[in-house]
Each structure stands twice: as C-alpha cells, then as structure tokens.
Design a protein around this ligand. Structure first.
Ligand SMILES: C[S@@+](CC[C@H](N)C(=O)[O-])C[C@H]1O[C@@H](n2cnc3c(N)ncnc32)[C@H](O)[C@@H]1O
Length: 150
C-alpha cells in the first residue's frame, strides 16, 4: 500500500512547498484503486479513504460551503448509510448532491430528507450598535444568535 505522509505540520512555514507536495500526494493517491466501501464500517477509517474516492461531484455552478474533502466525506458517509438520512441546512444543494450521490452509488433505496431555513436579508437586523442578529421568522422579536457586524 502506498503510504505518503501528510506533511502539513512539517511544512507549515513553507506553504508553497506544502501545496506542491499535497498536489503530488493527492494525484498519486488517486492512482490507487477506490476504497472497498463494503469494508468501510468504522468512521475512523473515513479520513484515510478520502484521497482515493472518486465520484460525480456537483457542477461548479452549484455553490456551497464545502471543501473538496468535506464533500467527499459526505459522499462516503452516505455510501456507508443503510437507513434513511436527513440533512439540516442544504443552502443551495451542493452538500445534498454529495449525499444523494453516495446513497445512489451505495444502492440505498431509502429516502433523503433535506431542509433549509432559506434566510433573506429580512432575517438579519441590528440588535445593538455594531451587532447583527438572526431572526426567524423575520418578524420574530428574539434573535436566534448575534454576531459582530464585521
Ligand atoms: C454553512 S451553511 C451549509 C450549506 C450546505 N450544507 C453546504 O455545505 O453548502 C449552513 C446552512 O444551514 C442552514 N440552517 C441553519 N440552521 C438551520 C435549521 N435549524 N434548519 C434548517 N436549515 C438551517 C442555514 O440557513 C445555511 O444555509
């Protein structure tokens, strides 16, 4: 088994070298066969499997908050899932696509339920000078959480 070390901490002060090495490492790991998903039962094994996972990623036009590794992890976790799944917070659906592809490729015939608050600017207003709160529904009097405007 090819085992290329992750040198992120060793090359912390040399980001350019780390990026070069990481690109090489990821390309080399992609040459290895895909993980055997039937053998993947342990969550602790997921991170090591990520570089070897290939799946049909969402189109770049579907925006999301996910890194590539997070998208891959969602796909793998969905492939490992036997029952129904629920996603809280789909935003524009990038993570939903990763989950759905994992369920489909894993032959899971059960359902995926996804929900999203879909906030608009009306859901955000000032709570005190320099602070903005999230109100849901928009006319609610109590903020669900505040953060500094910056
Ligand atoms: C960081 S974004 C992640 C979006 C998406 N999963 C992705 O990776 O592209 C979090 C999303 O969760 C939604 N959200 C937060 N709390 C929620 C709740 N209680 N129910 C439904 N959606 C929620 C937010 O509106 C936001 O779109």
């Amino acid at each position: 088994m090819l085992n290329l070390p992750n040198l992120k901490s060793a090359l912390r002060n040399h980001p350019r070298w780390f990026r070069l090495y990481d690109t090489f490492r990821r390309s080399a790991l992609r040459l290895l066969p895909a993980p055997d998903y039937r053998q993947l039962h342990d969550l602790a094994a997921v991170p090591a499997a990520l570089p070897r996972v290939c799946f049909q990623r969402p189109a770049v036009s579907v925006e999301g908050w996910l890194s590539d590794d997070e998208a891959t992890a969602l796909y793998v976790l969905a492939r490992m899932t036997a029952g129904s799944s629920m996603e809280i917070g789909a935003w524009l659906g990038r993570s939903t696509i990763c989950l759905a592809r994992g369920l489909i490729d894993g032959g899971n015939p059960t359902s995926l339920l996804s929900c999203e608050l879909a906030p608009t600017p009306e859901n955000f207003r000032e709570t005190k000078p320099g602070w903005v709160g999230f109100f849901y529904p928009a006319n609610h009097l109590v903020s669900m959480g505040d953060c500094p405007v910056w």
